[in-house]
Design a protein around this ligand. Structure first.
Ligand code: SF4
Ligand code: SF4
Ligand code: SF4
Ligand code: FES
Length: 947
């Protein structure tokens, strides 16, 4: 996979059962009906010059460069807007056409700065290419009016708009509309005066633009250009890889000059993103080479000691020695490991192998514990597999889209663009969310129902929806009879039919008017293909697993599983959260979600790994913290996961880490957790290693190394060093060998190889003898568990009650420009959009407390206190406040509590009872944090400067 140039067919591919044969320049071509003459030509290897057309956008027909002659037609039709017809005879190259094209190009060039030699995109400019193609040799109009003096807009940190180079082809405007769905750009003015404008002639940074870069990619000239291209120059080689941010898993072409990234270009053949991206994946990769990267292994006895820089061998020997010493003193179970959803499948697999085989226990857990563990549990119980059911593309066949507790526009932006495209085509929308997010109303779409529930009442809502479906006869009886367990269905039906589950009875609990709930239920059950997409607003609750099962119940009851356009789709947060779960990161499961107590499965691993495995499930992350408090858990290896910032009840986490005798952190930065560590192992970024990520669609995609590991070893290599130092040898020459082992031991991965991923672009598991090329849609003929199982989902109010002392509910979420704990995005220009976490508060609640926009607001919960600036907005309902958690100094998790999902311990981040009051200074925790942070940075710097 190494190609800079992707062929551009000029207009999008058409799907049609009808094939049409025509003749182009004497060549017979057969294409699907609806294909343009331009695309048919390109498919036959005949390239018609073009400027305003590109195959990611519908044809526009403005530049008149692509004209052709067609037998029996008058004039010169534009090939991009002319559909093929059977028997058509087309000529693309005649003297007359050449004349016209040269004339058109002459006009464009006469109003274009002729600075090709010094232009940043010299050699990568379509205008330049087309001028060459049509044989333009001179420009006769030299002194006319022009736009050469127009001022550049440099406001966006990542790209420049130079209007002097604009040919007004409209590709950027259409990209913003069709691809991204933001509608930020227009063509301002008429005729000669017309120019591209962001909003009302604003700077890009002041407009609606979300910096996705689709316009930059679509621009055929240097008008919209990445600043890195201007600075570094045009790339010389490239490799296809996968974004290291969210669970959409966009494929990118990393364009390189030597080992320096010039730009990341979304790969048009990427099956999750089809050539689109968001601001994070396309532009926010500078963190990978940021000066804060830690590149040397370090050790220290106590966290108050300065770090001591050592060799890799010394660091792993020290860590291994400490782990063995602790085990000798406190027992085999006194140490454990935490895997990361940001690392590759292969690296994650090795961590759990290290824990099970070298530590000799099952004390391994993953950050999925705190996000989607209820998805794993709930979907396994009902459908039989711990994963979403669809491809992202499936949404294009959905008639009704229900979004529950998710804001894909912020957290899964590329999928949100696809979803919005479907909504613009007319799909109906139900949003279940306590806040009014961008998913409720946006450019050319609006939710048909917004169920603005009280945080913590999801299960009451799902039961009420089910009640309507059952009692109004909207069940899909034939599907249920054929595909589901009759007894569990009968019990569920009896349960949801009870009057206490009616929308009317539940209205007081949920805060959602009964008629809205009834309308939404009817629409979901009878509006055609209905698909549910959900996020952490479902899982991060005391009843997270119950809600996931409630969603699966609803889909089964209405027959909305097992085909395109329907399904149950968890929107996974981090790039490899699906993969980290698949790879056996949970303490009770071996790779492929097989229980550790299953002696047959264990025997397979024992034979392969050459060790006896402990049949007892190990500790989950919160149990590790509790055991650390008790003194029975003293050593922890944390791979690429910042538990201090991301886990709830920060003080409890910190106290647990302070009780450790050996905390080993492997990360690319000295993150908040590393500040409590005794051994620091430098991590490698996604650009520095080979491997695979698995996205929210179960799609396994390649991560390709484009530069050497900055610290000397990729994470998978470092893991081998640790294994070897612990006396459990691991020798893999390449991550493909690790994948071969995963495939050999995991039925759903049996057919996965790097060769296959390279050949197909990506593969969705299960990929095995039954599905050699993977499985885009699950549960087609039958559920993975055989018959679908309905589960009783009784609503139980959370223990986290509002009281007079804590009268508001705090809920948390993400925003577009930042990512998770912000370790990556905070080290990029994305801070220009969001440089601090803010507390959103309703105007009534703010007024009652005397809080004005921008004031410091103190937030107190039963766990702790913090201070944030207030943003006053009616996006939140009265009684609810909201914040993000991207900055460590915000201390959002200082106030979240230890409450968690009953089945999986996923923390109840979404419901914390708080009081909010105006304050004038940071909280005591924040002051302590600042002090401790300063001290730790000095200890690290002291090492750097050799002090
Ligand atoms: S960067 Fe994206 S959102 Fe901004 S103008 Fe371009 S296409 Fe529109
Ligand atoms: S900015 Fe680029 S894409 Fe947009 S109209 Fe001008 S030349 Fe075309
Ligand atoms: S949508 Fe997600 S995977 Fe795609 S570019 Fe953005 S952050 Fe990366
Ligand atoms: S490419 Fe067909 S009119 Fe511009």
């Amino acid at each position: 996979m190494n190609a800079i140039d992707d062929k551009d067919f000029g207009t999008p591919e058409r799907e049609s059962a009808t094939r049409v044969t025509l003749e182009i320049d004497g060549v017979s071509v057969t294409v699907p009906a609806g294909t343009s003459v331009m695309r048919a030509s390109a498919e036959a290897g005949i390239n018609v010059p073009k400027l305003c057309a590109t195959d990611s956008l519908e044809a526009f027909g403005s530049c008149r460069v692509c004209l052709v002659e067609i037998d029996g037609r008058k004039g010169y039709p534009a090939s991009c807007t002319t559909p093929v017809e059977a028997g058509m005879k087309v000529r693309t190259q005649t003297p007359k056409l050449a004349d016209i094209r040269r004339g058109m190009l002459e006009l464009y060039i006469s109003d274009h700065p002729l600075d090709c030699l010094t232009c940043p995109t010299n050699g990568n400019c379509e205008l330049q290419d087309v001028a060459g193609l049509v044989g333009l040799r001179e420009v006769r109009y030299k002194k006319g009016e022009n736009h050469l003096e127009l001022k550049k807009d440099e406001s966006n940190p990542y790209f420049t708009y130079d209007p002097s180079k604009c040919i007004v082809c409209n590709r950027c405007v259409r990209a913003c509309e069709e691809t991204q769905g933001t509608f930020a750009l227009t063509i301002d003015g008429r005729g000669f005066e017309s120019r591209v404008a962001a909003g009302q002639n604003e700077a890009f940074m002041d407009s609606e633009c979300v910096s996705c870069g689709a316009c930059v990619q679509a621009c055929p000239t240097a008008t919209l250009t990445e600043k890195t291209v201007i600075r570094i120059g045009v790339a010389e080689h490239s490799a296809i890889t996968t974004c290291a941010y969210c669970g959409v898993g966009c494929a990118f072409k990393a364009e390189m000059k030597g080992s320096e990234v010039v730009r990341m270009v979304p790969w048009k053949d990427g099956k999750a993103n089809h050539g689109h991206s968001c601001v994070k994946g396309r532009f926010a990769w500078g963190y990978a080479t940021h000066r804060d990267r830690m590149l040397k292994p370090m050790i220290r006895k106590k966290i108050s000691d300065p770090w001591q820089e050592v060799s890799w061998e010394e660091a792993v020997a020290y860590a291994a020695g400490e782990f063995r010493r602790i085990q000798q003193s406190f027992g085999r179970d006194s140490i454990g490991g935490i895997t990361s959803s940001r690392c590759t499948n292969e690296e994650t697999y090795l961590v759990q192998k290290l824990v099970r085989a070298a530590f000799g226990n099952n004390n391994v857990d993953t950050c999925a514990r705190v996000c989607h563990s209820p998805t794993g549990y709930g979907l396994k119980q009902t459908l039989g597999e711990s994963a979403g059911t669809q491809t992202f593309d499936s949404v294009m066949q959905a008639d009704v889209i229900m979004v529950i507790g998710a804001n894909p526009a912020a957290a899964h932006p590329v999928f949100a663009s696809q979803m919005k495209r479907r909504l613009r085509q007319g799909a109906k929308l139900i949003v279940v969310d306590p806040r009014t997010t961008e998913m409720v109303k946006g450019a050319h779409y609006q939710a048909d129902y917004h169920l603005k529930l009280k945080p913590g009442t999801n299960v009451a809502v799902i039961d009420a929806l089910a009640h309507v479906i059952v009692t109004e006869g909207l069940l899909k009886e034939d599907f249920i009879a054929e595909r589901c367990e009759p007894e569990s269905f009968r019990q569920w039906k009896d349960f949801v039919s009870r009057p206490e589950n009616s929308p009317e009875a539940m209205a007081a609990v949920t805060g959602v008017p009964a008629e809205l709930l009834r309308g939404a239920a009817r629409l979901y059950a009878s509006g055609g293909n209905a698909a549910i997409y959900y996020g952490l607003g479902v899982t991060e609750h005391a009843q997270g697993s119950t809600m996931v099962m409630g969603i699966a119940n609803l889909a089964m009851a209405t027959g909305n599983v097992g085909r395109a356009g329907v399904g149950v789709n968890p929107l996974r947060g981090q790039n490899n959260v699906q993969g980290s779960c698949d790879m056996g990161s949970f303490p009770h499961e071996l790779p492929g979600y097989r229980h550790i107590s299953d002696s047959t499965v264990r025997a397979e691993f024992e034979a392969h790994w050459g060790v006896a495995l402990n049949p007892e499930p190990g500790l989950r992350i919160p149990n590790m913290f509790d055991a650390a408090h008790d003194g029975s858990f003293r050593g922890l290896y944390v791979q690429g996961e910042d538990i201090v910032q991301s886990d709830p009840n920060t003080q409890h986490v910190v106290d647990a880490l302070m009780a450790m005798e050996c905390l080993v952190v492997q990360d690319i930065f000295l993150n908040e957790t590393a500040k409590y560590a005794h051994v620091f192992l430098p991590g490698s970024s996604f650009l520095e290693k080979d491997g695979t990520f698995t996205n929210a669609e179960r799609r396994i995609s390649r991560v390709r190394k484009v530069m050497p590991p900055k610290a000397g070893y990729a994470d998978w290599e470092a893991r081998q060093l640790l294994g070897n130092a612990l006396g459990y040898p691991m020798y893999y020459a390449h991550p493909s060998e690790i994948m071969a082992e995963i495939a050999a031991l995991t039925p759903s991965f049996r057919g996965v190889t790097y060769e296959k991923i390279d050949r197909l672009g990506s593969v969705q598991w299960p990929c095995n003898e039954n599905a050699p090329d993977g499985t885009p849609i699950m549960h087609v003929e039958q559920f993975v568990r055989g018959k679908g199982r309905f589960m009783i989902t009784k609503y139980v109010a959370t223990d986290e009650k509002v009281t007079q002392r804590f009268p508001l509910i705090l809920t948390t979420g993400r925003i577009l420009s930042q990512y998770n704990v912000g370790a990556q995005t905070r080290r990029t220009d994305n801070v220009r959009w969001h440089s601090e976490d803010r507390l959103e508060i309703h105007p009534h609640d703010a007024e009652e407390r005397g809080i004005r926009e921008g004031d410091w607001a103190g937030i107190e919960s039963r766990s702790g206190q913090t201070v944030l600036r207030a943003t006053i907005t009616d996006n939140v309902q009265p009684g609810v406040v909201y914040t993000t958690f991207h900055f460590p100094e915000s201390g959002a998790n200082v106030i979240t509590t230890d409450n968690s999902d009953w089945a999986t311990n996923c923390p109840e981040y979404k419901v914390t009872a708080v009081q909010v009051m105006p304050v004038t200074q940071p909280s005591a925790w924040q002051k302590d944090y600042q002090r401790f942070n300063r001290q730790q940075l000095e200890l690290a710097r002291a090492e750097e400067s050799g002090a």
